[in-house]
Design a protein. Structure first.
Lengths: 355, 241, 609
């Protein structure tokens, strides 16, 4: 049983202390996570020359750089490895400065997987070969779209079970939800683990020396995936409930052609308040709120929207909210990360001019 | 073309009562859409290994007309049962939800099945079209991105929540669907050492590196230009990660 | 000579009527079977006509005079003529004077009928065959009058005129307005819901046999024959059209056109409908070969049309019958209906939320949760409004009042499931039956003397619709409870304020259950300035929240709650008192400057001393 530390939990919920304290209470309860805020005292580089065992961390490194989830994967592997074992980071080809980033994130070795194009069958075969070659105690994957797919391919190839979507991880216990999220499974960390995003803290200790290991040799076999092309994203066509960035027009907007033009220029998906849809200014499909679409966006820009309870229910899980409204006392102002008391129409035009 | 839709025993996340897995219902809708592209001889069959769980039977209300029910102990490993049925039915395409909702919810079974039957597998499809002897798959990626894949047949494709909505529920169809019941292959799962507890919400990490400096910031009557610049700066910070 | 011809004409017309009724009867026979108490119905006919119908007709005095003159004059004159075949009567000069008087009254009636549409036809009245009707009526009445008063050739000419008019009227029995006269009388005798004449249940939604070959109404012949008869009783007076909130909001529903669609679906040819159409939608549509589904989904089931109909036609039950077919057989309920019905099916509430969340609103209140086997005096049925933060405030106020009155009460907590109102109105009878069965079984494990609820929809379902599932309860609306607590001095209120308050009658409390007095009595204790909206009590205008309308979300030109709020504004009230979670949500959703919206429970709780 982890003892709860209310002060640490509250600290972990701090979004910002200035100019006013805001707490993110959207995710209630639970034991506090180790806060990874220990300052790096000395730039000593940790070498683990004779590892007790190995832990693999498979990262995506999309665009040649580590993202949050990648760092969390390496952090999870680091947790499992402790001080005596080595974390081997399996990564696509990275630019030359990237090994430093891997070491900083807690990796001791790197294995580069030569997959220039999207070829999950080949990637899985290479990882399976690396597992055969190095016999790691654990392999940690990100439970992301491609990462989760890869983890399952490796699990099927190696005929191992996958502890999918772990939300808590210590060297002795892994926890994941199951049965429609109504229960959680607890187990000694098995060999293959994928970790849910933003659940396991990244590593913040002294950097490790990330030394390269040879690329595994696996025979290329003709795969079933014959071709793959990634399509450009057109924000305007992303379904509203999947859009990462949504800009919505309310009563304070009068120029709807200009609004749609701004959304296009900003690369944001357009939305609207109920009033605007009722008036027929924008189609009903764009309505944000409990009776319209409930958003899963990361950022939401509300132009001239006061924030009726129904509307706020539609943006309940959005972390970053910009509200532009003439009414200081509008409900949305209290909910916003950036609140601007101004005429939405004017700001809209200024924004368009800047893009 | 012969399409099989794998159905699992789902549970409502709130009440725990049997409920079809939404993404599997979307798989049925995709199969029906695919059938309109193909010869009228296309057959779509639901396949479930386990007991006649109400959640699986309810899938018949969502456009599925035929369900093959392979009776096994719900605790059994369904792999052998499903593999044997696939050998018998020789489908061109097997659809599954990307994750179950009500069991272990690991999403591993389609991959094990693909491995067992040496079929290619593609994940997170939102659209499927025939492409000669292959299949053209549109795959959903995070943040609204899409990837187009060409996949050899026969194949297993898992369906993403971003796929078109499921057919609406019709009580009459639920009652009149055909159910073929056959015995499955008993295969007791190896006992795992999982401890099961009620789920507990844990706090998510708050990204310290991506906290916008303007968080919680209030600007009173700025010039439109100042306001616009602040908005752009805020949006860019969140996009930067 | 002329007298004899006139009597002969009357008998010939009667034969004509008999033939026409036979033709109509063949039409009605297409309908499904229904058991009708003919004897009781015919015996009750005069009372139903003179009391029930007249009460509705008399709401428009001019129409009442018109109808008394034309119907009374016509029936009296023709009836007397038929009896004139008796030689003794035929010979009595005084008798013929009586006939002349009846024809004179009918002639006045014919003029009044004409005046309804000439020179200006009100929008809610139909044109078409209705424009020739006064001519036939006038010809028959004037001809009869001439024939009874003038001897010789003019008298014979009068008979010819009467024959022209009479034949025209008889012809209009199958295809035109006169169908109303025949079908109306039979409809009153064979009414599908005779309980309504005794002030009984407000709808006739019988549980379906879910294994039946046809679920609900999929073709016109699936309606019971006496419902088809009822539709033919419509005289297109347009009162339902004037009453309908969906029509007012420009949604594609006109209840008058709807009934005429049903009539058209059940006949070939005949005169075309010439009244206002369903707004914004082209006829005919695919449903029953005449209707668009949007028309049916626009209905808020508020029953304003049913309450306004002088012919006692049951529009809403017909709408639900077709919705049942659309939903159960085709899964065709639009908008968010499928998602909401699924939430209800699998989570037991329309929001798909965790059952335990029903008590979230009462955090800190330490409510007693009734367990199986336990007993309590008053069971507080929370309803699905409990999941809504806004309505939680109302429930907290009500609980405060009940505690102040020291009532012995408890809630069901997570065991409570939605009553199923939304499922039933959306046509998901299977879903409704499932909810009702579970709730009735659950309530059966507990002991209580009455159920109190703040939700009129739950009140109606528990009181009027659960008996068919074996659940018989005393159900009290919270406004009635508060009224009782005030009257019995269980609670004391502060002095009345001078806030101008208007009360919005919830349809399911006022029209469905006839409870309009208790909330007004309570309100009179709260303010000295209670004002009434033009449409109140049984004529109240829906908030737009009933019948699943917010879920199916059929677009119109305006929103119903905006219209209702405008009516509230017109009273000058600064506060609209409500008594239903649906009305609260709909009226509070009106934007712009408007009166406050407060539940009566909230107002009483604030005034507690």
């Amino acid at each position: 049983m982890i003892r709860r530390d209310p002060r640490a939990e509250r600290d972990a919920m701090v979004v910002s202390r200035t100019p006013r304290l805001r707490l993110d209470r959207t995710h209630r309860g639970g034991a506090s996570l180790t806060r990874a805020d220990a300052p790096v005292a000395a730039p000593t580089i940790i070498h683990i020359a004779e590892p007790a065992f190995l832990v693999f961390a498979v990262i995506e490194a999309a665009g040649g750089a580590l993202n949050r989830h990648d760092r969390q994967v390496i952090g999870a592997a680091r947790t499992l490895a402790g001080r005596d074992a080595a974390v081997v980071v399996l990564t696509p080809h990275l630019p030359s400065q990237a090994p430093d980033a891997i070491g900083t994130a807690g990796g001791d070795r790197t294995i580069t997987l030569p997959t220039p194009t999207y070829d999950p069958e080949r990637s899985a075969a290479l990882i399976a070969q690396a597992i055969t070659d190095h016999a790691p105690r654990h392999v940690v994957f990100p439970e992301s779209a491609d990462g989760g797919d890869l983890a399952r391919r490796v699990a099927a190839l190696t005929e191992a079970d996958l502890f999918a979507g772990a939300e808590s991880l210590t060297p002795t216990q892994a926890i994941r939800p199951a049965q429609a999220g109504r229960v959680e499974l607890r187990a000694t960390p098995p060999r293959l683990i994928s970790i849910a995003p933003d659940r396991i803290a990244p590593y913040h200790g002294a950097p490790h020396a990330a030394d390269p290991l040879p690329t595994p040799a696996a025979a290329a076999t003709p795969g079933g995936i014959r071709a793959a092309t990634t399509l450009a994203v057109d924000a305007a066509t992303i379904p509203l409930d999947q859009a990462p960035l949504v800009i919505a027009a309310g009563n304070g907007v009068t120029d709807f052609a200009g609004f749609l033009d701004l959304a296009r220029a900003l690369g944001a998906t357009p939305g609207a308040s109920r009033v605007v849809c009722d008036a027929g200014a924008l189609p009903r499909a764009l309505q944000v709120g409990a009776s319209g679409t409930v958003l899963n966006a990361e950022c939401y820009i509300a132009l001239g929207i006061s924030g009726a309870p129904q509307h706020l229910q539609g943006i309940g899980t959005v972390e970053h909210i910009v509200a532009i409204n003439t009414d200081l006392h509008a409900a949305i102002i209290a909910r916003a990360g950036l609140a601007i008391i101004a005429d939405a129409q004017d700001v809209m035009q200024a924004l368009r001019a800047m893009l | 073309m012969n399409i099989i839709v794998l159905l699992s025993a789902g549970r409502d996340p709130q009440s725990g009562t049997p409920r079809p897995v939404p993404v599997e219902l979307q798989a049925i809708a995709l199969a029906l859409a695919l059938a309109t592209h193909l010869a009228p001889t296309t057959t779509i069959t639901g396949l479930h290994a386990g007991e006649p769980d109400p959640s699986v039977l309810d899938a018949l209300g969502h456009g599925l007309t035929t369900l093959t029910l392979l009776r096994t102990n719900p605790a059994d490993d369904p792999l052998a049962t499903l593999a044997a049925e696939i050998d018998r039915a020789r489908p061109d395409l097997i659809l599954a939800g990307r994750r179950g909702r009500g069991g272990t919810d690991s999403g591993l079974l389609p991959y094990r099945l693909a491995r067992a039957r040496a079929m290619p597998i593609a994940a997170d499809a939102i659209a499927i079209e025939p492409d000669g002897n292959d299949l053209a798959i549109l795959q959903s990626l995070p943040r609204g991105a899409r990837r187009r894949l060409t996949l050899a047949r026969p194949a297993i494709v898992t369906i993403h929540e971003a796929a078109p909505p499921a057919r609406t529920f019709a009580f009459r169809a639920r009652r009149s669907g055909t159910i073929h019941e056959k015995p499955g292959i008993p295969a007791p799962s190896p006992t795992d050492n999982h401890e099961i507890r009620p789920y507990r919400q844990r706090p998510r990490l708050i990204a310290e590196t991506t906290q916008p400096t303007t968080a919680g910031h209030l600007m009173l009557a700025p010039t439109p230009e100042t306001a616009a610049a602040a908005v752009l700066a805020y949006v860019e910070q969140f996009r930067g990660r | 000579m002329a007298f004899g011809a006139l009597v002969l004409l009357a008998w010939l017309l009667l034969a004509g009527v008999a033939v026409q009724v036979g033709r109509l009867g063949l039409r009605w026979r297409r309908g499904a079977g229904a058991s009708v108490d003919w004897l009781g119905g015919l015996r009750a006919l005069p009372r139903r006509y003179l009391v029930d119908v007249h009460a509705v007709v008399a709401r428009k005095p001019a129409s009442s005079v018109m109808h008394q003159a034309i119907a009374g004059g016509l029936l009296a004159a023709t009836g007397l003529l038929l009896l004139a075949a008796i030689p003794a009567l035929f010979a009595a000069a005084l008798y013929w004077l009586l006939i002349a008087l009846a024809f004179a009254v009918a002639l006045v009636g014919a003029v009044l009928v004409r005046r309804r549409r000439v020179p200006v036809k009100p929008a809610s009245l139909s044109a078409g065959a209705f424009l020739t009707l006064p001519a036939y009526l006038g010809a028959y009445a004037a001809g009869g009058l001439i024939a009874t008063l003038l001897p010789g050739v003019p008298g014979l000419l009068g008979v010819a005129l009467a024959a022209f008019g009479g034949i025209g009227l008889v012809a209009q029995i199958t295809g035109g307005p006169m169908r109303h006269a025949v079908a109306g009388a039979l409809h009153l005798a064979a009414h599908p819901r005779p309980a309504r004449f005794a002030g009984g249940a407000a709808s006739d939604l019988v549980p379906l046999d879910l294994d039946a070959a046809r679920l609900g109404v999929g073709t016109i012949g699936d309606f019971a024959w006496n419902r088809l008869l009822g539709f033919d009783a419509c005289i297109q007076c347009g009162r339902c059209e004037e009453a309908c909130p969906a029509f007012a909001a420009g949604q594609p529903l006109n209840p008058k056109a709807l009934i005429q669609d049903f009539c058209a679906a059940n006949r070939k040819g005949g005169t075309a409908y010439a009244g206002s159409p369903h707004p914004g939608i082209a006829s005919p549509g695919p449903v029953l070969g005449v209707l668009h589904a949007e028309t049916l989904w626009s209905c808020t089931t508020c029953r304003a049309c049913v309450a306004a109909c002088p012919m006692m036609i049951e529009h809403v039950d017909a709408v639900i019958d077709i919705r049942r077919n659309l939903t159960l057989e085709h899964g065709a309920a639009p908008g968010k209906a499928d998602a909401v019905l699924a939430a209800l099916r699998y989570a037991g509430n329309t929001g798909g939320l965790a059952p335990a969340q029903r008590l979230d609103f009462a955090a800190g209140l330490k409510l007693r949760v009734l367990a199986p086997g336990e007993a309590v005096d008053t069971l507080l049925w929370l309803g699905d409004g409990a999941f809504d933060r806004r309505y939680g405030a109302t429930l907290r106020a009500l609980i405060g009042i009940m505690r102040a009155a020291k009532l012995d009460f408890a809630v069901l907590g997570p065991a409570e499931r939605d009553c199923g109102d939304l499922a039933r109105r959306l046509g998901d009878e299977a879903g409704f039956a499932a909810q009702a069965t579970v709730n009735v079984a659950m309530l059966g494990t507990m002991s209580f003397t009455r159920i109190v609820t703040a939700d009129p929809h739950a009140l109606h379902v528990l009181r009027q619709e659960y008996p068919a599932f074996g659940g018989h309860y005393t159900v009290v609306h919270h406004t009635a409870l508060i009224d009782e607590l005030i009257t019995t001095n269980r609670i004391t209120l502060g002095p009345a304020t001078d806030t101008v308050i208007t009360y919005h009658d919830p349809c399911y409390l006022g029209r469905y259950n006839g409870e309009t007095a208790a909330p007004r009595r309570v309100l009179a204790r709260l303010t000295g300035q209670a004002v009434e909206m033009a449409r109140a009590r049984e004529a109240s205008f829906c908030c737009g929240g009933g019948g699943g309308a917010p879920v199916t979300d059929i677009p119109g030109k305006q929103r119903i709650p905006d219209l209702r709020m405008e009516q509230a504004r017109e009273t000058g009230a600064s506060l609209v008192a409500v008594a239903c979670p649906g009305c609260t949500a709909m009226l509070e959703g009106v934007i712009g400057p408007r009166p406050l919206v407060r539940d009566i429970a909230e107002l009483v709780h604030e005034a507690l001393q």
